[in-house]
Write a protein that binds this ligand. Structure first.
Ligand SMILES: C[S@@+](CC[C@H](N)C(=O)[O-])C[C@H]1O[C@@H](n2cnc3c(N)ncnc32)[C@H](O)[C@@H]1O
Length: 194
């Protein structure tokens, strides 16, 4: 799918959601004690309606929130402005956006997978910076998430993609055990740049 088609598709989806900001991703909300206590700089990749970006800004981070869909970035900018939060909402195709080297204390990616960004994400983290990542796996048991299988993680793939980082947290239950329990459909990684 080219960038214009992707943008139009996501603008339609975000318009249907009427700009309602979702909660922060589980990997971030449930592990926020790992965040640098004094805040810093953060990047929310493919931010959507800004759940992660606003969560981080409320905790003292200056946040760049990037998404290809202007409907999304306008909603994020409006929400941030209403709370006087330092969120810089950028309408960009993340694949064509040059991430600054060693800029961020925290990078978060939720429900988005673009494997070609791996090197840029690692290089955009400061030394000691943290990556919070969660997205859908091909072993998911529900229909949530992308229909295109190439946007689904293979077994343990986040660990392989970010093997240059130090793992601080990882969870991927796949289809082990009782499927009506646990936290299925997603892989969760928190990793730190040496
Ligand atoms: C499933 S949503 C996830 C949004 C948000 N991260 C969340 O978890 O609520 C995927 C987001 O990726 C954005 N997106 C898709 N392709 C993109 C690209 N090439 N560059 C930037 N954003 C992109 C879409 O506009 C959409 O907001």
């Amino acid at each position: 799918m080219d960038a214009v088609t992707t943008r139009d598709k996501w603008n339609r989806i975000h318009q249907r959601r009427r700009g309602v900001c979702p909660p922060a991703a589980t990997v971030l909300a449930e592990n926020s004690h790992l965040l640098p206590p004094d805040g810093g700089t953060a990047l929310d990749i493919a931010c959507g309606l800004g759940g992660n970006a606003l969560f981080l800004a409320r905790r003292g981070f200056i946040v760049d929130a990037v998404d290809i869909a202007d409907t999304a970035t306008h909603a994020v900018a409006t929400a941030a402005h209403a709370e006087n939060l330092p969120v810089n909402a950028l309408t960009k195709d993340i694949s064509a956006w040059e991430m600054a080297t060693a800029r961020y204390d925290v990078i978060v990616v939720s429900r988005f997978l673009e494997r070609s960004l791996t090197g840029a994400i690692i290089s955009a983290l400061k030394s000691g910076g943290l990556l919070f990542y969660q997205t859908f796996t091909e072993t998911r048991i529900h229909v949530d998430g992308p229909s295109n299988p190439s946007f689904l993680l293979r077994d343990n793939e986040l660990l392989r993609l970010f093997e240059g980082l130090l793992v601080r947290y990882y969870r991927e239950e796949a289809r082990a055990g009782k499927l009506d329990r646990g936290n299925r459909d997603l892989a969760f990684l928190i990793a730190q740049k040496p």
